[in-house]
Design a protein around this ligand. Structure first.
Ligand SMILES: Nc1ncnc2c1ncn2[C@@H]1O[C@H](COP(=O)(O)OP(=O)(O)OP(=O)(O)O)[C@@H](O)[C@H]1O
Ligand SMILES: [Mg+2]
Length: 364
């Protein structure tokens, strides 16, 4: 039995029917490293198929001195989703349209009317938001010529895939925000307010889509970032991916009792004027670097870019065993001193991480 964030219980039989790597992997913790047999069980496929996917470059395995392949569960899960995004099989519904002149609300309306499955109100609100935002991104940011949208009902969930043939979201962000490359953009989708078109956009679409969906992944330019609300799995994971353009996959349980408005309330609470300002964020630090040192001041500076736009920043240290003194000092002393109006909070810190944070705070 698993329990999602809303406290809703999923029976094992339902989870099995969901045919989802996310649920199958739920028994493993984020940083767990497993052998090929366990990896295959995680994904619900044969070991020879896993071996085949490793040889194809779709899954990343590390070797042990004894020559056995090892897989990190969070990476395995993200890469499997990217692979499925690239090789989706036959959907229940699909359409391909030129981006020129396309209106995102009409795409959603067609999907909703033609999928042949009633979509209850709460799931409808989340899916309508996610699909229109992601199609709008394809129209406004991709620079591509067309978008393919497909949907399927998997167990109790509706999964929608939005794929464009443009430059890729991580490259677009890297170039537009002056980052070092697509790899540096992974963390940006967990920050919010990181837009490359500030005159017409706010940088909210990806942030809220990743947090409102039961499962969502963004794959582009060789990388994938996946977000999951399922209990037992880590919220964010990253891996490699090989599709062209940008592919976003979102999955929402049709019987979800989560309200989109509550997700907005968490980060953009309604003020006295009745307007919900996007004032809080919770960026995931482990996405800053795939090599995972988190030692240097420059890594901390890269990570902090854009966070000054928020009143409250919950720094999400999940998945990190340790950070360096320079990293902690830059963030908690230097950056905080430069931006006294921003309230920094910490979540998911291991003992080692907390120790370094305390040291940085003590030396203020
Ligand atoms: N399909 C895509 N192709 C290329 N770049 C993309 C794509 N989707 C997102 N991006 C990049 O990611 C950035 C963030 O996207 P996001 O949807 O979060 O915000 P936005 O579209 O800029 O603003 P808003 O969604 O609030 O209108 C975009 O500004 C763009 O640089
Ligand atoms: Mg957008």
């Amino acid at each position: 039995m698993t329990v999602d964030r809303s406290g809703k219980k999923h029976r094992p039989a339902d989870d099995a029917r969901l045919d989802s790597p996310v649920n199958d992997a739920a028994a493993h913790s984020l940083s767990e490293v497993v052998g090929i047999g366990e990896a295959a069980r995680c994904l619900g496929v044969s070991t020879s198929y896993v071996r085949h996917l490793v040889e194809q470059g779709a899954l990343t395995a590390t070797g042990t001195p004894g020559g056995h392949r090892r897989f990190e569960v969070s990476v395995l899960r993200a890469e499997w989703d990217a692979y499925r995004a690239e090789n989706p099989g036959k959907p229940d519904w699909s359409m391909t349209a030129p981006l020129e002149g396309l209106e995102e609300d009409r795409v959603w309306a067609r999907l909703r009317d033609e999928i042949g499955e009633p979509i209850p109100q709460r799931a409808h609100t989340i899916l309508a938001y996610a699909v229109t935002e992601m199609v709008n991104n394809a129209i406004d940011h991709s620079g591509g010529s067309q978008v393919a949208v497909s949907a399927r009902v998997i167990g109790r969930a509706l999964e929608v895939r939005i794929a464009d043939d443009g430059v890729g979201a991580f490259r677009r962000m890297s170039e537009g925000l002056g980052l070092g490359g697509p790899e540096d953009a992974l963390v940006e989708v967990t920050k919010g307010k990181r837009t490359t078109a500030p005159e017409r956009h706010a940088g909210e679409g990806l942030f809220f889509t990743l947090r409102a969906s039961d499962y969502a992944s963004v794959s582009a330019n060789g990388f994938v970032v996946a977000a999951s609300l399922d209990a037992g799995t880590d919220r964010f994971a990253s891996g490699s991916s090989r599709n062209a353009g940008t592919v976003v996959t979102v999955r929402v349980y049709l019987d979800t009792d989560r309200n989109l408005i509550d997700v907005f309330e968490e980060f953009a609470p309604l003020g006295e004027d009745g307007i919900g300002g996007f004032v809080a964020t919770a960026p995931r630090i482990s996405l800053v670097s795939r090599s995972g040192d988190f030692i240097s001041r420059s890594e901390a500076k890269r990570f902090a870019a854009g966070l000054e736009k928020f009143e409250r920043v919950v720094l999400d240290f999940e998945g990190l065993d340790l950070i360096g003194q320079g990293f902690a000092d830059e963030l908690f002393r230097v950056w905080q001193h430069e931006h006294p109006a921003v309230r920094l909070e910490v979540s998911g810190a291991s003992r080692g991480v907390q120790l370094m944070i305390d040291r940085a705070l003590r030396s203020q």
